[in-house]
Each structure stands twice: as C-alpha cells, then as structure tokens.
Design a protein around this ligand. Structure first.
Ligand code: HEC
Ligand code: HEC
Length: 512
C-alpha cells in the first residue's frame, strides 16, 4: 500500500456522512451508494488508458469522488475569510502558511484554477449535480517543487515538495472547529457572499446541505484525529507520518483496534521518479501487488469509494503510464568537472551500483533491482521502518480490504532510491535526514546533529543540498538529529571512500 494520499480528504465524507462500521469494504460501498450519490464530473471520464489521462490526474484532477475528497469552493473561501489567522486570508497566504507551491491569480486565464490563483496541487472541479465548484487536491500538492538556485529556477512536477506542511494543514481544520466563528449560520452567510462576489454557482436548494455537511464532517474529523494530531504536531516541513495517518482509516475500514508504534515514522515526500523501476511499487518495499492497483489503492482508504474506482477503471493504469514516462528534468545547473565525474562514475559502479543500479549518460536508470537493505546493514534511523505495528500489519492484510490483490509486510530496512535527478532532491534520505550530499559524504560520527535548514534560501550547488545556517532565523527549521526519526546516522558508503574519491562520486551524481 501507499500512504501519502490520505490527506487528500480534508472535508472527508461531506454529505450523508455516516459513522465507521465493522463491515468489510463491499457492504460499506453498497450502503453508502444509497446514502451519498456519486458526483462524477465530466473531466474524470477516461475512455482509454493513456499517459495524458494519468498526467491530468497527477497534476490537475486528482483521483476524484469530490463529495468524499473535496470541499465546496464557496465554503472553502468562507473558511479563509472567517479564520485568516489559521489559514491565511487568501489562497496566496494559504500557500505560504502550509508550504504549497503558490500560483498568482490570473484573471484573464481560461482556466478556473489559474483565475482563482489556487496553489499547485489544488483544483476546482464542477459537481454536475449542484453545479458548484469543489476544491479537490491532486498528487502535485506534495509531489511538485519550485526549486531556485543562483541564476535560475524551475517548477519540477514529481519532485517531493520539501515545504509542504500537511499535518499543520490538517490541524488547522481541527483548530477552527473550536473557534467562535465555526457555525453553519456564519459560514453559510460568508459562503453566499463569496459565491456572489466571484460569480460562482451556489444554488439555494443545496446550500444548507453543503454547509451543514461540511461543518459536521469537520467536527467529526477533528475529534477522530486528535491522537494523530498530537503525535504529529512537531513535524518538519516536507515530512509526512504516513503509517500513522493510516492507523485511523485502517481501523475504521476493518473494525480492528490498531496501535501506534512508540516513535513516529517520518517520511519525506519522495521524488516519484523511482516509480518506473519498482516492481512492488511501494516506496519502502512493504507493499506488494499489481502496480496499477497500488497506484490507486491508497485513495480508497482516503475516502474514495470502491464504487468510484469501479466506474473509473482506467485511472490506476493511466497514472502508471504517466509515472513510467516522466517529463525531462532540469540538469544540475552548476559547473560539472567532467573528468572528475568520469572517475566518479567508475567508483560509483564499483561501490554503489549493487544497491542503486547503473545509469545512462542522461541519468536514466539502466539496471536497477528493487531490494530491501536491512537496518543492520544500512544503520539509518529505524523509526520509519518500525512505524507499522503487529496490529497494523494484520489489518493491512485483511482480505476484505485487499481482496487478495495486495500484501503488506514489515521489512525492517529501506529500499535504495533510484538516483536519477538526485541532485535536486535534498534533503536526502527517507526522512530527509541528510541536508546535502556533503553531509552524506561526512563520516557518520562527524555529521552535524543540530541542523538549521533555510528553505527560503537558494539551493546550495556547492554542498548539493538545501541551505543550512549556523543559528535559527525566521523562515528556518531545526532538525534535531538526536531525536528519533531524524538521526543522521548510517549509510557510511560514500564517506568510506575518503574525501577525494567521494568528491568524484558526487561529481558523477550531478550528471544523473
Ligand atoms: C500529502 C502528500 C502526498 C500526496 C497528496 C500524494 N503523495 Fe505520493 N507520497 C507521499 C509520501 C509521504 C510518500 C512516501 C510514502 C511512505 O512513507 O510510504 C509518497 C510516495 C509516493 C510514491 C512512491 C515513490 C517511489 O519512489 O516509488 C508514488 C509513486 C506516489 N507517492 C504517487 C502519488 C500519486 C500518484 C499521488 C496522487 C494520486 C500522490 N502520490 C499523492 C506524499 C503524498
Ligand atoms: C548496501 C546498499 C547501499 C550501498 C552500497 C549504497 N547505498 Fe546509498 N542508499 C541505500 C539505501 C537503503 C538508502 C536509503 C537509506 C535511508 O533513507 O534510510 C540510500 C540512500 C542514498 C542516497 C539518498 C537518496 C535520496 O533519495 O535521498 C544517496 C544520495 C545515496 N544513497 C548514494 C550512494 C552512493 C553515492 C553510494 C556509493 C558510494 C551508495 N549510496 C551506496 C543503500 C546503499
């Protein structure tokens, strides 16, 4: 299984939301079909599997089922207006607060998302039943990054967003439920004004059910997710507690009690460029199953109905087609010493390729075999691989949920990432624990343990990584590498080569 997408549901089960039950997936679907109609906007219709359709899902529409995964846009705007300190007063401020990649509003654009200036990763889809635009999220909310360096910048779709603060965004929707302005009447009034000012469809006959449904769903969600929020409140940007985020949903879907591990298993949002070379798909090797099924499976747990999946059978395969043929990426923008890189290439093949594979001159992986490297051999922070408990593993393998197609197993290790375009991906490691390749090339015992990262600064082309500072200043965050989840330990392989040879290997990595 893959876990990142759980946060696609902010409103979650907006209309006719009913309480979690013990039955397996199939009866739940049959019953919710009666309770909640499916809103199936035209744009989600895919008549054949294609890379373009996958690209549209990834960068625009998301997987869908807007009543389950979206928020009516007039209500969304009302929330921003009512709680500007929590959300930011407009979509630009919202993007800044939660690390989404901002897009300036362009009133002349044909595209509603651009006209409204929604951040990358958010999209307005028109519900054919009410005509109301719903804000939904897509994969690029987390898997897209604006990278800036001395002399240039690029928005790279697929690269992990290192600023995104998805747990803080989730917490914001809980926080407001305790505030005075959080009432259906107040929000209904603001939503009506927002809809009028922006000429958005907001039909009288649906207003009450949409506002009432949203308020009820947010209240319920806030209560249910308290334990998760408490565990994740000090999370760093770009990191997601993926396993923990699934505990609640998995518990609801299977009716089992699922425990949390003692430490949070933080994962940074990874670059999806490795997808093409995976067999089991799962980023940590814990999920096994048909790739295209795994590509959408997480969305079922995120609120998307199995019935929706059945109506849209080509979504997973289309996403797979897109991920297997990613767009070309900007190469390393600094100088590369070609002779040194050539020497590094040889060193890489001798010392690194048996784990990380071999690469063509343009950085494409030629020969990469997915494998799990056990903790005792890699020595990196254990929290992520220990995050799934026994009860979690049992529930994740509940046949009613997996229908026998997919399997979850705890690996107690990590999968060596595909290193195509690796220069752009800092901070490195499964939790983003190493700020730069320079730190990875430092012997583990000598690596810094108190790391101040400045995400507003330009990408550091010298250390090949995120910019770090001596002391915390506004706009920075501090990684305490002595706390579980963010240790800089392990993976001594680059450092073991010594200063001269590791420099050559880094020069080679810049060419990928
Ligand atoms: C809330 C942020 C978020 C969103 C939205 C999101 N992901 Fe992810 N994604 C993650 C995280 C975090 C991981 C690491 C998973 C883990 O910890 O097991 C991940 C892992 C992945 C991987 C594995 C990468 C590899 O090397 O194999 C793929 C592929 C992927 N996501 C695709 C998608 C697709 C497709 C969507 C949209 C339908 C999506 N993601 C939406 C956060 C997100
Ligand atoms: C024994 C297998 C193994 C060997 C040998 C190995 N690595 Fe790794 N490498 C891994 C694993 C596993 C990870 C992920 C570890 C983690 O995140 O905890 C990793 C992570 C990395 C990363 C971070 C990638 C990212 O996506 O953030 C880089 C860069 C890297 N390795 C480079 C190298 C280089 C260069 C060499 C050779 C000098 C090398 N590795 C040798 C297994 C290996």
């Amino acid at each position: 299984m893959r876990w990142g997408r759980i946060f696609a549901v902010v409103g979650g089960c907006l209309i006719g939301c009913s309480s979690p039950r013990r039955e397996s997936v199939t009866p739940v679907v049959a019953r919710s079909a009666i309770e909640v109609p499916i809103s199936d906007p035209y744009e989600y219709g895919i008549d054949r599997i294609s890379r373009d359709a996958g690209k549209a899902i990834f960068t625009r529409t998301g997987v869908g089922d807007p009543y389950r995964t979206g928020v009516p846009y007039p209500i969304f705007l009302a929330l921003l207006e009512a709680f500007p300190r929590t959300f930011g007063a407009d979509t630009q401020a919202l993007a800044g607060k939660f690390g989404f990649v901002a897009r300036a509003a362009n009133p002349k654009s044909e595209d509603l998302d651009e006209r409204e200036g929604l951040p990358i990763g958010m999209h307005l889809t028109i519900d054919p039943i009410t005509n109301v635009p719903f804000v939904v999220t897509n994969c690029a909310l987390c898997h897209a990054e604006r990278i800036r360096w001395n002399g240039g910048a690029a928005t790279v779709i697929g690269l992990g967003n290192k600023r995104v603060r998805i747990h803080a965004y989730d917490a914001a929707f809980a926080e407001i439920t305790h505030e005075r302005g959080f009432s259906a009447q107040h929000l209904a009034r603001l939503a009506a004004m927002q809809a009028e000012a922006r000429h958005l469809a907001w039909p009288e006959r649906y207003r009450d059910i949409l506002v009432g449904g949203t308020v009820a769903a947010l209240d319920k969600r806030a209560t249910e997710r308290t334990p998760l929020r408490e565990r994740t409140e000090h999370g760093l940007p770009g990191r997601v507690a993926t396993i923990e985020s699934f505990v609640l949903v998995l518990g609801q879907l299977t009716g089992r009690a699922i425990s949390y591990a003692p430490q949070v298993g933080w994962a940074k949002v990874p670059d999806v460029i490795g997808f093409a070379h995976r067999v089991t798909l799962s980023w940590d090797g814990s999920g096994e199953g048909p790739m295209d099924l795994l590509a959408v499976e997480a969305d079922v747990a995120a609120g998307v109905r199995v019935e929706w999946m059945q109506h849209h059978p080509f979504q997973g395969a289309s996403l797979g087609a897109y991920l297997r043929q990613p767009e070309s990426r900007p190469g390393f923008p600094g100088k590369i010493d070609r002779a040194l890189a050539e020497r590094g290439h040889k060193l890489f093949e001798d010392n690194c390729s048996h784990c990380h594979g071999t690469y063509a001159a343009d950085g494409r992986a030629l020969d990469y075999d997915e494998q799990v490297v056990k903790l005792e051999d890699i020595g990196t922070d254990a929290s992520r691989t220990e995050a799934a408990t026994d009860s979690f593993e049992r529930a994740a393998n509940d046949p009613a949920l997996t229908l026998g197609y997919t399997k979850f197993r705890r690996t107690f290790g990590y999968v060596p990432p595909v290193l195509t375009n690796v220069w752009a991906r800092a901070p490195f490691g499964h939790a983003g624990q190493w700020p730069s390749l320079a730190v990875l090339a430092t012997p583990p015992a000598q690596r810094p343990t108190n790391i101040v990262v400045d995400l507003d600064a330009l990408y550091d082309l010298t250390t090949v990584g995120v910019a770090t500072r001596a002391t915390g200043e506004p706009g920075t965050y501090t990684q305490d590498a002595t706390s579980p989840g963010f240790s800089v330990a392990g993976h001594p392989f680059l450092a073991d080569l010594g200063a001269t040879d590791s420099r050559a290997v880094i020069e080679y990595l810049k060419t990928l």
